[in-house]
Write a protein that binds this ligand. Structure first.
Ligand code: 9WN
Length: 406
């Protein structure tokens, strides 16, 4: 039943060259969604997974950045806020896009797609694009500490995580006079607040007005983003081997970034974001801090400490993971990234546990399937009751459930 539903969602949300995250709430192509969706589609139709990824990279900018949204020109401006006119920018391909990025989990999706059906021509075609994506991050976003910054909470993919409350307080909200579309579909109790949106809009406008170049009032080194970046280097080394290129530089970059993360973001129990503007770690309790488990180069002792944290503070053994530790201030079981369980985060941590601690990966996989069976392929779930929240028929929930059962 869940599988039939998952296939139905992916088929219904397919738009000819890519998959929308959800028909009503998110009617365009999103960057990291496409990566997760490709991972699921690789189990059904590797060709469709390849098309999804190539279509996203078709909208890559000249500087290598992969925009977080590629707009569908057939969808009305008013269908999503902020739409193409707000961002006011086009990729060289002519597609209207946003100007910010999302966690670079695409190399992982390329590799999973390749494993499902080895197609060297695809690897050769997408490899330079993945390299350019990483080069953009190094050129535009890397600090002296060797870590990559995000310049907007939307870039973390975990928009209103309590981890961003502190850096966002420094942002003077000026962005008003806009109309949110998300509240037409989802209850305001399950979405970011208007106050959050005022700050999101302020930050996005300032970045836009600098030609998408200058860091503004928000600059943070996020553990999930950096884990995705380092994992991408690890995978680029695997891809380089497959297509006869030198894996060495990628291996060294993966190791160096992992080391920089341990040196600068690990607090002994969990990876924390670092506020680049103040130079301080943000003391928080986000499940993003567990995702460095994905990194093969992570020292065993650090991985063990993370697993202890996942068991103690995130109730790892009980099924799905909350996106924020329930005992921490700011937790909310139903409001978006402030506590609910998300299948993509569960899946990333599950990937990190599969080889290290299979006895813990199993219950987590089971938790994801129970959530989907209990409430359908919702966008997020109450981590205690598994009741569903946010959008229905959400594509990455469908895709990753398919991967888990495969
Ligand atoms: C802003 C599409 C995206 C996800 C993000 C999630 C949400 C957008 C929004 O939806 O963000 O990018 O309008 O709230 O936070 O992770 O990629 O599913």
């Amino acid at each position: 039943m869940i599988l039939r539903d998952a296939v139905r969602v992916l088929v219904n949300n397919w738009d000819g060259g890519y998959t929308v995250p959800s028909r009503r709430l998110y009617p365009h192509q999103w960057s990291w969604d496409s990566a997760f969706i490709a991972i699921g589609n690789a189990r059904l139709s590797p060709r469709r997974a390849r098309t999804e990824l190539l279509s996203l990279f078709g909208a890559q900018w000249r500087d290598g950045r992969v925009p977080h949204i590629v707009f569908n020109p057939k969808v009305a401006e008013a269908a999503y806020f902020p739409g193409p006119r707000f961002w006011g920018v086009h990729a060289p391909s002519g597609s209207a896009t946003s100007g910010i990025v999302q966690p670079p989990v695409h190399a992982l999706a390329v590799w999973k797609t390749y494993q499902a059906e080895p197609d060297v021509a695809f690897l050769r075609r997408i490899h330079p694009r993945l390299v350019a994506q990483q080069e953009f991050l190094r050129a535009a976003r890397r600090s002296a500490k060797g870590l990559i910054s995000i310049v907007h909470p939307w870039e973390s993919g975990m928009d209103n995580s309590p981890a961003w409350d502190e850096p966002l307080r420094a942002v003077e909200p000026g962005g008003t006079g806009f109309v949110r579309k998300d509240l037409d579909t989802v209850s305001s109790a399950e979405r970011p607040t208007d106050r959050d949106y005022e700050r999101y809009v302020t930050l996005a406008l300032a970045y836009r007005d600098s030609g998408y170049q200058r860091h503004g009032q928000f600059q943070v080194e996020d553990p999930l983003f950096n884990a995705a970046y380092a994992l991408a280097e690890h995978i680029l080394a695997l891809i380089a081997r497959e297509i006869g290129l030198d894996p060495g530089p990628h291996e060294r970059e993966a190791e160096a970034t992992t080391e920089a993360m341990v040196d600068h973001l690990f607090d002994g129990a969990l990876f924390q974001p670092r506020d680049v503007r103040t130079g301080r770690l943000i003391s928080s309790a986000s499940a993003a801090g567990l995702t460095p488990l994905l990194l093969p180069e992570l020292p065993g002792k650090v991985a063990d400490a993370l697993i202890d944290t996942a068991l103690d503070r995130f109730a790892l053994k009980d099924g799905v993971l909350p996106s924020y530790a329930p005992s921490a201030p700011g937790f909310d079981a139903a409001r978006y990234w402030r506590g609910p369980s998300w299948i993509n985060l569960d899946w990333l941590v599950w990937q990190g546990l599969k080889d290290r601690r299979p006895e813990l990966a199993g219950p987590l996989a089971n938790g994801m399937l129970c959530a989907a069976a209990r409430s359908g392929l919702r966008e997020y779930f109450d981590p205690f009751t598994l009741s569903g929240h946010g959008s229905r028929d959400f594509s990455w929930s469908a895709a990753l459930v398919l991967d888990v059962v495969a």
